[in-house]
Write a new protein. Structure first.
Length: 202
């Protein structure tokens, strides 16, 4: 019996999985998952978030719990039984992660992959006449500005401006009143700026 227990809890039998040396945490939509190269013994994670944040731990593992104080949540998972760790509602940021192997003695290398604050698709069609469309995906609430400029740097039109909630938005620019030529769409989300070139042909 002792030998069997040691075999299960440690790596003293031939079929046991190896101790993990690294773990990667991925934020995919409202779910946080883990990918590791072996057995993970414990996870401690600290999140920052707004007041509308909620968290649900995935069932499984030897022990799992979390504590929220103000806009900070700390969670602990011991011997996670699944790579799917928890789901959330509301925006959040993973501030820190501590991961150990099943001996509890070794701190593992950990990395976090979170989506960027936004993405905007290439305008389509391009060249266009008279309208072109883009899809703006916001991963968090943000101040947004989407404007069209001509080659001289002069403002031609404002497609969107103001605070926008997390989500996907279809943006259209109608160039009916503009001259044929090359224009630039400047997208600002917070302090991040992205430009793309479009061509209007009448």
């Amino acid at each position: 019996v002792v030998a069997l227990v040691n075999c299960v809890l440690a790596d003293s039998c031939g079929g046991a999985r190896a101790k993990a040396t690294s773990a990667e945490f991925n934020v995919i939509g409202n779910e946080v998952t883990m990918t590791a190269d072996g057995v993970v013994g414990g996870i401690q994670m600290t999140l920052s978030h707004g007041s509308d944040f909620a968290l649900k731990l995935t069932d499984g593992g030897q022990f799992s719990n979390y504590l929220t104080e103000g806009n900070t949540t700390t969670l602990i998972i011991v011997n996670p039984a699944s790579d799917n760790l928890f789901t959330t509602s509301g925006d959040f940021t993973i501030e820190s992660v501590i991961v150990s192997d099943f001996t509890g003695e070794n701190s593992l290398s950990a990395s976090v992959n979170m989506p960027s604050d936004f993405s905007i698709s290439a305008a389509y069609p391009n060249p266009f006449n008279p309208t072109t469309q883009m899809t703006l995906a916001l991963h968090t609430q943000a101040d947004v500005s989407v404007k069209v400029f001509n080659m001289a740097g002069q403002l031609v039109d404002v497609i969107a401006e103001g605070q926008m909630d997390r989500g996907s938005y279809s943006l259209t620019w109608d160039g009916t009143n503009a001259s044929s030529g090359v224009y630039f769409v400047k997208t600002e989300v917070g302090s991040v700026v992205q430009n793309q070139k479009i061509m209007f042909i009448k």
